[in-house]
Design a protein around this ligand. Structure first.
Ligand code: C2E
Ligand code: MG
Ligand code: MG
Ligand code: MG
Length: 274
C-alpha cells in the first residue's frame, strides 16, 4: 500500500514539453540550439494533380533532428515552439529553406512550375512581417510569386479579421493560401463563406473512411462540389490506396496527397530520384 500511495498520479493531458519527457526550459534551450545548428530539416511531400496525373508541387514539413532522441515530428514540437514564441524563428527558417527548395526544384526540372507549400500557425500570422518576408525571399531568389504557398490549419483560424487581412495581402502579392485540415475539430462554413481561400485541404480522417462509410464519401463529394462552386482547389490528404485515388478521380477532385503518391522526403533524395 505504501508503495502505491507513493506513486504520483498520471497527469490528465501532458503538455507538449511533458510528452517529450524533459523540462520545458531545457527543451526550449535545445530547440534554440537546434535552430542555430540547423538541426531542423524540411521534408517534402508531393501533391498529385489528379486530372493530369503528375506531381504539381510539394508540402514542406519540418522535423527536428534531436541529438539524443533522433527525429522528432512537428506534432511533438510545434506546440512547444508556439508556447515559447520560438515558432517565429522556426517559421522564418522554414520559409527560407522552402524558397531555396523551390529554386532547386525549378533548376532540376523535377516538375513543371513546381510550388512548395509551408504551414504557418496563428502565432506566426499575428507576427508582423511574415508575408513580407516570403515576398522578399521569393523575389530575391527570382522565383515566380506563385511558387510559394501558405497553409493555415482550420483550428488556427480564430481571428477572421486577421486571417482575411493576411489572405488579402497574400493575394496582392500573388501568393496563394490554403485552409488546412478542413473538417477536423470545430468546422465552420463561415471560414469558407468569409475567407477566400484558394485551396481547401480535406483532412485525412475522411479519406481513411471514404470507401467504407457512405457518410464520409458524401462529405468528400460535397466539399469537392463546394470547391468548384467557390473556385477553390480541393486537396484530399492521406491517400494511401489506388482505390481511394480512383474515387477522387471520379469526384473530379483536383489534388491528392498521401503515402500512395509519396512519403515526405528530404530534398536531396527527391532530386536524386528525379
Ligand atoms: P499537415 O499540414 O496536415 O501535414 C500532413 C501530415 O500528414 C504530415 O505529418 C504528413 O507526414 C502526414 N501524412 C501525409 N500523408 C499521409 C498518409 O498517407 N497517411 C498518413 N497516416 N499520414 C500522412 P507531419 O509531418 O507529422 O506533420 C504534422 C503537422 O505538423 C502538419 O500537418 C502541420 O500542421 C504541422 N507542421 C508541419 N510542418 C510545420 C511547419 O513548418 N510549421 C508549422 N507551424 N506547422 C507545421
Ligand atoms: Mg499542411
Ligand atoms: Mg493538412
Ligand atoms: Mg492533416
Amino acid at each position: 500500500l505504501a508503495a502505491l500511495q507513493g506513486k504520483q498520479p498520471m497527469p490528465d493531458t501532458p503538455t507538449p514539453s511533458e510528452r517529450l519527457g524533459t523540462g520545458r526550459i531545457r527543451l526550449e534551450a535545445q530547440l534554440r540550439e537546434a535552430l542555430a545548428n540547423r538541426h531542423l530539416e524540411l521534408s517534402y511531400q508531393p501533391l498529385l494533380s489528379v486530372a493530369e496525373d503528375r506531381v504539381a508541387g510539394f508540402e514542406a514539413l519540418v522535423r527536428w533532428n534531436h541529438p539524443e532522441r533522433g527525429w522528432i515530428s512537428p506534432g511533438e514540437f510545434v506546440a512547444l515552439a508556439e508556447e515559447t514564441s520560438l515558432i517565429v524563428p522556426v517559421g522564418e527558417y522554414v520559409i527560407d529553406t522552402a524558397c531555396d527548395a523551390v529554386g532547386r526544384l525549378i533548376a532540376a526540372g523535377t516538375c513543371r512550375a513546381p510550388f512548395v507549400a509551408v504551414n504557418v500557425s496563428a502565432r506566426q500570422l499575428a507576427h508582423p512581417g511574415l508575408i513580407e518576408r516570403i515576398v522578399a525571399r521569393v523575389d530575391a531568389a527570382r522565383l515566380p510569386r506563385g511558387s510559394l504557398k501558405i497553409e493555415i490549419t482550420e483550428s488556427q483560424v480564430l481571428d477572421y479579421t486577421l486571417v482575411a487581412g493576411i489572405i488579402d495581402v497574400c493575394h496582392g502579392h500573388g501568393i496563394k493560401v490554403a485552409l488546412d485540415d478542413f473538417g477536423t475539430g470545430y468546422s465552420h462554413l463561415c471560414h469558407l463563406h468569409r475567407l477566400p481561400f484558394d485551396t481547401i485541404k480535406v483532412d485525412q480522417s475522411f479519406s481513411r473512411s471514404m470507401l467504407d462509410d457512405v457518410r464520409s464519401m458524401a462529405i468528400v463529394e460535397t466539399i469537392v462540389r463546394l470547391g468548384h462552386a467557390l473556385s477553390a482547389d480541393i486537396v484530399v490528404e492521406g491517400i494511401e490506396t489506388p482505390e481511394q485515388l480512383e474515387a477522387l478521380r471520379r469526384l473530379g477532385c483536383q489534388y491528392a496527397q498521401g503515402y500512395l503518391i509519396g512519403r515526405p522526403q528530404r530534398l536531396d533524395v527527391l532530386l536524386a530520384s528525379g
